[in-house]
Write a protein that binds this ligand. Sequence first.
Ligand SMILES: [Zn+2]
Length: 258
Amino acid sequence: MTNDCFVCQGPSKHYSYWKVFEYVQCQNCNLIYLKENPTEEQIYAAYDGGKLKNLRRKLVSPFRRLEDFKIYEEKMKTTSQIMDIVNQYVSEPGKKMMDIGCNKGFLLTQAINRGFIPYGIEIVPVLMDQFKRKFRQYRNNIYSENFSKVSSQVEDEYFDVVTAIDVVEHLQNPRDDFNNVFRILKKGGIFLAQTPDNHSKEAKEEKEHWGALKAYEHLILFDHKSLELLADQIGFSKVEYYEPIDKNIGNMLAVLTK
Ligand SMILES: [Zn+2]
């Protein structure tokens, strides 16, 4: 089945090939997206790193603490920078924050440090083993179903903050998911997202070799124009940008306020 530009249904033009997959770009809003998505199986295999990596993770997981990961110090630094941005909007303790695609829970660890009640979604459950052991009181706030399933059980205006670091580009039903993020956010709440920017220096220079073009994983690639158009359609009142935390592939870091 061929996809349309889900933001504006505008006409699209060839952008690049990635193996057998074709990326096209909307000539109206600039969104880059796959003409046809990969299968569910191909998408999931790309996430969990394949059977061997997953088995290895399961075997060593019980003996590892969150602090034992080599990337721990670095992640504590970058996630603290993200929380600095969050705190510009929401700073009182006791607020609820949901991190979609929470991986090993580094950002949620910093959210706890800042007084937030953490909630997370990670579709590869073994990744959150260490976090759940470290923060047993919050282990029931961690879900391993996809966002649409989890959000369907969440009442309106429940969260103060929703974050999605390197997640938006993976969404298979982006309009539904954006609508649901909006619905579960309180008025004045924020959606903070880091995602590749198809208008970044890296995207422009590297063209079809741009690191964000990976068809099994990245289904939609925004620029400011397409993201702002979507945010406006959904009802967000403003979109503001910050220095992205990971700069290597030409990301943007956007905060959408409800
Ligand atoms: Zn479009």
